[in-house]
Design a protein around this ligand. Sequence first.
Ligand SMILES: NC(=O)c1ccc[n+]([C@@H]2O[C@H](COP(=O)([O-])OP(=O)(O)OC[C@H]3O[C@@H](n4cnc5c(N)ncnc54)[C@H](OP(=O)(O)O)[C@@H]3O)[C@@H](O)[C@H]2O)c1
Length: 345
Amino acid sequence: MSPSTITRVALSSYVPAGNAKLSDFAVEQVPAPTKDQLKEGQVIVKPLYFSVDPYQRGRLSGATDSYVASYVKGQPITNFLVGAIAESSSKDFKQGDLVLASNGSWETEYITDASAISKAPVQQRVDPKDYVGVLSMPSFTAYVGAAVLAKPKAGETILVSSASGAVGQMVVQLAKARGLRVVGVAGSDEKVEYVKSLGADAAFNYKTCGDFTKAIRGAAPEGIDIYFDNVGGEFLDAALANINTHARIIICGAISQYNASSPDELYGVKNLTKVLVKKATIQGFIITDYYSTPHFGEFTKEVSSLYHEGKIKYRLSETQGLENGPQAILDLFAGKNFGKSIIKA
Ligand SMILES: NC(=O)c1ccc[n+]([C@@H]2O[C@H](COP(=O)([O-])OP(=O)(O)OC[C@H]3O[C@@H](n4cnc5c(N)ncnc54)[C@H](OP(=O)(O)O)[C@@H]3O)[C@@H](O)[C@H]2O)c1
């Protein structure tokens, strides 16, 4: 039986620049949806786990010119989630089905058109949280960036920033599986130890290493063939200072820049001439462009089997309760997540 009220997390004010605050979100108790409210083709989803991702920062902004729509003031936050069907008026879903949504609502139960969800692919030994964990969007992002776009060759050196995070921990392991020398960078000694435990050949704490350029040179004296960039800014500049001829720089994210309070606060990269003299390539990408390519099937096959064979690890950073969702978003930008950030409903 449905509880009479549910929790929902809505946007209460747009955050065009600077750091978001808890007061920019509204955590509300609202009446639970009921079966008699369902129209033909609709279902009630009861989320089990919500994904928390840095790109959500951009969706708080109210901007209209981004690759992904802003959240709307007064409306629930949305993101990837895995849940179960609580009630159904759709011929395609029945009560109890495990479902995935890429834009599911931050509510402990919500009504949606069946066209906005899909059945979780049946795989043995997959825990529901794996769909927002090891098999989730950031893992696929790591695959496309590190295994496809970076054109890795065994023996090359890859540098990856935010290496203990959702994308980074998968980059480290996919690169090792391809015979690369891996240098990981993270924001605490504990995270650095974790990155080493994943097989990284060298790793360091960027908060205590001093000069970034020298620290990279110390960890990769042979130079960098691939830089998998999750952070942008000054660290990207230092990586450029260390690239080899024909290096590939994969721009996956720029988290150090997302909370700039004005354009003046954005870091101006100085080492772009290195791209010229080293005949390097810089490529940005957005993962949603790749779900309809064969790479999604390749990723699922490779990562599921490596995971089931115990050959890769995937650390989760689990927040309890949707009411703590706003804090989980803010924590990403303070480095408080250790592993892929998810919320247990
Ligand atoms: N292109 C795409 O389609 C795509 C898809 C998914 C993710 N991304 C991007 O990939 C990057 C990683 O995402 P994720 O989901 O894997 O997040 P994550 O690494 O699990 O979590 C964010 C981490 O970023 C680090 N960080 C926060 N503020 C920072 C700062 N000012 N400077 C340097 N590092 C900072 C923190 O780790 P430390 O403690 O190590 O500092 C924090 O734990 C993000 O930039 C994200 O936007 C892009």
